[in-house]
Ligand binder design. Structure first.
Ligand code: NAD
Length: 334
């Protein structure tokens, strides 16, 4: 198939070309796909967007007029695509349902350890010749209670790692899973999880009902000094409420790989630019906040699986085969 790969970085090209082996005609552009740029899809029955592309009803309307029939998402999350609108236009949407959950789970642990042991500060201190330990005191993870919000593939992989570190594990999920229960994870209400956890890590998808899951009221339910980690999707957290909870010193540490307004900011170099997002800039001023640019997925293994699955999705669509990677309004709701 002729497939336009949007928001493409050199690493996308490298992994997708290797997986493709010349089967499909892949064209790579850096352009971010949205309602204003959708005209670039002219002549491509298939598009391969990433999470910073916005496929809302307007963009999909243009794509449908231009003859787009397939979107193969290079992601698990699909909150950037209006699935009912795609369905109404007869555009098939496929995603990478399963790829290394370890990449994201291990990264979440990395953020926890960075914040707990102040590795971000130690790194620059030592380079400046300051080898004092003052201000770098952390705590043993062993024996601490960690609350996992969402125990799907990533939440379960995280539970296994933290179990190995000797943490007590609480979880909240609308569909508890037996793998976690066998590990000794205890399912509780979100309120109880927030009240009892030293660290809370978010792993639910972004749905209308999970938007601002963490808000003023929920922050108040967390104990003073607690740590919050978000490697899922930015809008799970109400950023203004987060800033207030940090300014009041109620929250002890925050690790964010995703940010509520990341669409215009992430996956770009702003080194010589002025960033005008004041909330983002405010978050960067806190010594107990670590922010990264949506890189939790970014391991060789995950990139390989994303590329292989994307090419397989093109193959399956081309051959008229159904696939569990196809997203429908019915599947999206479950
Ligand atoms: P998954 O579908 O396997 O698990 C999601 C879990 O959330 C399920 O167990 C589900 O029952 C639960 N859930 C759904 N709605 C809920 C609700 N309202 N309340 C409580 N629980 C709810 O997904 P996954 O593969 O574990 O991925 C989780 C999320 O991680 C993705 O949706 C994506 O947004 C994010 N992600 C981020 C990165 C990154 O690089 N930062 C990479 C991959 C995935």
């Amino acid at each position: 198939m002729r497939c336009l790969v949007t928001s493409a970085r050199p690493y996308d090209q490298q992994f997708l070309n290797a997986a493709n082996g010349g089967r499909h005609e892949l064209v790579f552009v850096e352009t971010v796909l949205n309602a204003d740029t959708a005209f670039i899809a002219q002549g491509y029955p298939a598009l391969c967007p990433f999470v910073d592309d916005t496929l809302d009803a307007n963009a999909l309307g243009t794509l449908a007029r231009l003859g787009t029939r397939l979107l193969v998402l290079r992601s698990t999350g699909f909150n950037h695509v209006d699935i009912p609108a795609a369905e109404a236009h007869g555009i098939t949407v496929m995603r990478v349902r399963n790829y290394s959950p370890y990449a994201v789970a291990e990264y979440a642990v990395g953020l926890m350890l960075t914040l707990n042991r102040h590795l971000h500060k130690a790194y620059s201190r030592v380079r400046d010749g300051n080898l004092l330990l003052d201000g770098l005191l952390g705590f043993d993870m062993h024996g601490k209670t960690v609350g996992i919000v969402g125990t799907g593939k990533i939440g379960t992989a995280l539970a296994r790692i933290l179990h190995g570190m000797g943490c007590r594990l609480l979880a909240y999920d609308t569909a508890p899973n037996s793998d976690c229960q066998e590990l000794g994870v205890v399912y509780v209400s979100l309120e109880e999880l927030l009240a009892k956890s030293r660290i809370v890590s978010l792993h639910v998808p972004l749905f209308p009902e999970t938007r601002h899951l963490m808000n003023t009221e929920r922050f108040a339910q967390m104990p003073e000094g607690a740590m919050l980690i978000n490697t899922s999707r930015g809008p799970l957290i109400d950023t203004s409420a987060l800033i207030a909870a940090l300014k009041s010193r109620h929250l002890g540490a925050v690790g964010l790989d995703v940010y509520e307004e990341e669409a215009d900011l992430y996956f770009k170099d702003h080194c010589d630019d002025i960033i005008c997002d004041d909330s983002f800039e405010r978050l960067l001023t806190f010594p107990n906040v670590v922010i990264t640019g949506h890189q939790a997925f970014f391991t060789r293994e995950a990139m390989q699986t994303i590329a292989d699955t994307t090419i397989q999705n093109l193959d399956d669509f081309n051959a008229g085969k159904d696939s569990p990677n196809r997203i429908t309004t019915h599947r999206a709701a479950h």
